[in-house]
Ligand binder design. Sequence first.
Ligand code: PMP
Length: 350
Amino acid sequence: MSKFWSPFVKELVPYVPGEQPKLAKLVKLNTNENPYGPSPKALAAMREALNDDLRLYPDPSGECLKQAVADYYGVQTAQVFVGNGSDEVLAHAFHGLFQHGKPLLFPDISYSFYPVYCGLYGIEAGQIPLDENFQIRLEDYARPNGGIIFPNPNAPTGCLLALDAIERLLQGNPDSVVLVDEAYVDFGGQTSIGLVDRYPNLLVTQTLSKSRSLAGLRVGLAVGHPDLIEALERIKNSFNSYPLDRMAIAGAAAAFDDRAWFEQTCKAVIDSREVLVSALQGKGFEVLPSAANFVFARHPQHDAAKLAALVREQGVIVRHFKQERIAQFLRITIGTPEQNQALLDALSSI
Ligand code: PMP
């Protein structure tokens, strides 16, 4: 704390990202990255963009990436926003769409950045408990709100909310924005982007960090009614005109164009998730049904924090959250079959 700070800075409770260890040898199953690399075509496009043109600013609105996303989802570019990771897109949505003097509703167990953005933008966090099976109960969202947000599939549970339930939520809240954070949707969910033409209050965010294996590039996007997109553009153009650099725009657009790589790598992750789930169940773990590139699991006889520490000693890192309701769970990112086996071996030795 320093006298130079603006007063609100001391009240902030910043987000704590998962560990990015310096030791290269660790098997890293803690931050939901993709174990397979990005599309070779995306890498080639980035290499091509690495040239003398870097002296020039990039296209401020990343039109060619918006076009690739619009083509992929069959929407108009005016319905697409792109930003520096979906975290930035979410921040602009909180700033531009959720400051209405009423609580923003979201599940008590969900992405831990949401309460952080509430703190940053002075929004009341209306946290709604998931039911005893860690599912969203729609009735609980029928109350005055300045917006609704949830990840689908949810994080860190991996549980999916069906599209017809999302539609009921949209119909029940015509006067507030419902933001569906689809960071993990490609690993087993169905996107709600198909609903944007019918629901002007729906905003869907996605990221290239997970299913397109570009966490290091920092690219995220939103799809929704042009009026919602315009709010995000106004915020962005009042904050940073060039959130995406030339390489990010080129690489992300090429990643969207390379459907074959995307489908093949998503399938590999889904297949090894099913193998890992069975193996964990075989060891006595209870595993929540996952539609994501991670699983959320607890063991009735072993303390989760201790298990996380013990597997780390064996060179495998998984994520443990201290939040009371989920303190006995481990969130395990799906790795390659070899990485998953390393985790299972570490667990066996305990
Ligand atoms: N939403 C959820 C639910 C996430 O888990 C993450 C990853 N931490 C993000 C959004 C943000 O991802 P990124 O900024 O890499 O696009």
